[in-house]
Design a protein around this ligand. Structure first.
Ligand code: PLP
Length: 407
């Protein structure tokens, strides 16, 4: 039945392939700049101190059991998750009860549930516009539910910044009512975000063209270290009265990668019947969720919920976020400074202009392969590096390697 014609061998996921190659490398100087996970200055995974505390509280709870979660997840978690992304309980959408939230299998599950919901119920032009480039999984997730994909230009090779004109032209040319996927902050893989002024122009363009915003937010608090700064685009769109959806991940900002804590939110536009609209949407989301995962996993959401519901722990979490984002910003500065000190050909301001976990270095695929074979430095073929892989011990080695490679 399952012959090679029917089930051909699929290529390995490039990112997981890269991780495997890195692990197999025996060189003592090897550097992993592929991983999309935070590392401390010793290149080790970091359990957030606030997560350790919440974990202890959880384990010591005599009432703790392992019953099923409700279909939409833990309400104390999803309500706080909505407040976090929408900017607090006084968000107009929350006050007017125009939000429904479903706990998902981290950000991936949230993007999937959103895509599935739109595949079933979206009546506009059923095509999703993804930034070029984007997180590779976006392509597969939307394809899996049968939503065709189109691209809008995003990254300018000339400036290593935003191709704003290209982006606007493509969204302007898209059929009216298209779905537009937007990275809320810390764009993956480029590290390039629109400014708030540019976001306002994007919002205006989407409004005129009746496009539907689909925000993917995987890095809130991780980009600038400031939760309210990192949700500014989402808040602005909600203030403007957009109907929109949000996929929210707690993998990076809580360091809960493997626990799969996430949330999917639908915000309807202000209307007298918004509350009944949102109830109908919630009822359909519950059916989709039930058929896919029945109910979401508890552990990560419980940890996040403890922190999000306790003002003291919340403040501590913000401190932990500043530690992570601060270390990354320091590494950006250090890498740029070393490259400029070495007089490495090219300009390197984009390293510090870009934000969040990733940077697009501008290295070409042959250069990426050469830096891997000659210096045991691992990055994705598009020249993306994870800033979290840099530390005070290897940043000079990496800068010198880049210098040799580009000369
Ligand atoms: N969206 C973007 C843009 C991402 O970069 C990621 C993770 O790398 C995700 C979503 C989903 O991550 P997770 O499913 O681990 O929450």
């Amino acid at each position: 039945n399952f012959t090679a014609e029917v089930v051909p061998q699929a290529p390995e996921d490039p990112l997981f392939g890269l991780m495997r190659a890195y692990r197999a490398d025996q060189d003592p100087n090897k550097v992993d700049l592929g991983i999309g996970a935070y590392r401390d200055d010793n290149a080790k995974p970091w359990v957030l101190p606030v997560v350790k505390k919440a974990d202890e509280t959880l384990r010591n709870d005599p009432e703790l059991n392992h019953e099923y979660a409700p279909i939409a997840g833990i309400a104390s978690f999803t309500s706080k998750a909505a407040e976090l992304i929408l900017g607090g309980a006084d968000s107009p959408a929350i006050r007017e009860k125009r939000v429904t939230s479903v706990q998902t299998i981290s950000g991936t599950g949230a993007v999937h549930l959103g895509a599935l919901f739109l595949a079933r119920f979206y009546t506009g032009s059923k095509k999703v516009y993804l930034s070029d480039p984007t997180w590779a999984n976006h392509n597969q997730i939307f394809s899996n539910v049968g939503i065709p994909i189109a691209k809008y230009p995003y990254f300018s090779k000339e400036t290593s910044g935003l191709d704003f004109e290209g982006m606007k032209a493509a969204l302007h040319g898209a059929p009216e009512g298209s779905i537009v996927l937007l990275h809320a902050c810390a764009h993956n893989p480029t590290g390039v975000d629109p400014t708030l002024e540019q976001w306002k122009e994007i919002a205006e363009l989407l409004r005129v063209k009746k496009h539907f915003p689909f925000f993917d937010c995987a890095y809130q608090g991780f980009a600038s270290g400031d939760l309210m700064k990192d949700n500014a685009a989402v808040r602005y769109f909600v203030e403007q009265g957009f109907e929109l959806v949000i996929a929210q991940s707690f993998a990076k900002n809580f360091g809960l990668y493997g626990e799969r804590a996430g949330c999917f939110h639908v915000v309807t536009s202000p209307a007298s019947d918004a509350e009944t609209t949102i109830a109908r949407i919630a009822s359909q989301l519950a059916i989709l969720q039930r058929s896919e995962i029945s109910n979401p996993p508890l552990y990560g959401a419980r940890i996040a919920s403890i922190v999000l519901n306790d003002p003291k722990l919340f403040a501590e979490w913000e401190e932990n976020l500043r530690t992570m984002s601060g270390r990354i910003i320091t590494m950006r500065k250090a890498l740029r400074a070393k490259l400029e000190e070495l007089g490495t050909p090219g300009t390197w301001n984009h390293i510090t202009d870009q934000i969040g976990m990733f940077s697009f270095t501008g290295l070409t695929e042959p250069q990426v392969l050469k830096i891997r074979s000659d210096f045991h430095i691992y990055m994705t073929k598009n020249g993306r590096i994870s800033m979290a892989g840099l530390n005070t011990k290897n940043v000079e080695y990496v800068a010198k390697a880049i210098d040799k490679i580009v000369r």
